[in-house]
Design a protein. Sequence first.
Length: 328
Amino acid sequence: MTVEEENIEEVEEEVVEEELSVEFIPPSIKTKEQGGDVHASSTYLTGVPSGVGDKPCILGVDEAGRGPVLGPMVYALSYCTKEFEDELKKVGFADSKTLNAKSRSSYLEQICTDERLKEHLGWGTTIMTARDIGRGMLKPETHGVYNLNAQAHDTTMELIDHVLKQGVNVQEVYVDTVGPPLKYQAKLSERFPGIKVTVAKKADSIYPIVSAASICAKVTRDASLVLNDPSGGVWGSGYPADPRTSSWLKANLDSVFGWGHMVRYSWNTSKDLLEKQVMVEWTDDFVKKNKKITRFLKSDSHDDEQKDESNPFGLISTHWYGKSVDFI
């Protein structure tokens, strides 16, 4: 089973042929010129709209960029009063995947500038960078792997928490999922007792409040991908099945350092390409094949002769990383 299969349940391979462009840079994107750190994950939230107050609200959650090997994964939420839901239907929000880049951008610009929408619709995003996704997924098993599903669930719950802490009276939550909905729904219901939670596949095409979140997520990801694109648009959609993406990865691979910060090193697509160039075997993996090395790794002895005898391979344990210098 591949890394993708272990951590992404039922992901549909999506090859996006359209050329992405930045028609509108959303406030959820902080550029380098604005002091943004393209390596660090970040969260953006609007203030509570004046028309929301303490009225009962519905909230929708969706994501963009779960399957690509390039760029961030973005989780987004939107919320409004229950009475404003019919207005969302009139605006015509739809699943972002059914819209082209220009239409998506236009909708988010409308959300940010239309006075009536600003008064009644709040939204927010969390950008999970490729670096941070990989840092969790590539932890050795002995350190506790933080797989993509766990990262996604935690990000969703943290986003909802942020809105609740703003004082929004959330009564109903609707979440789009690509995995088994009931287990995830039970997890969210336990975390947020008193809130009616609905987790459903294709929720972004069923509930307008989720459709609005879908647009916020997709436009934020599109903008991040375009603004941090070193290829000049050549690298394609970022999906492994996109020929443009696979060609760019092969043509721009440094045999030692790989690629820049926008590539997910935890994807088998990138791991396979790297391993063809230079094979790296960490101690944690080696120990599984050679149990005799375990004694050395756990040893407290500092005797050089014993080290040489027990560790003829000169391996470095990943247990070293992150320890205080007082214990090294």
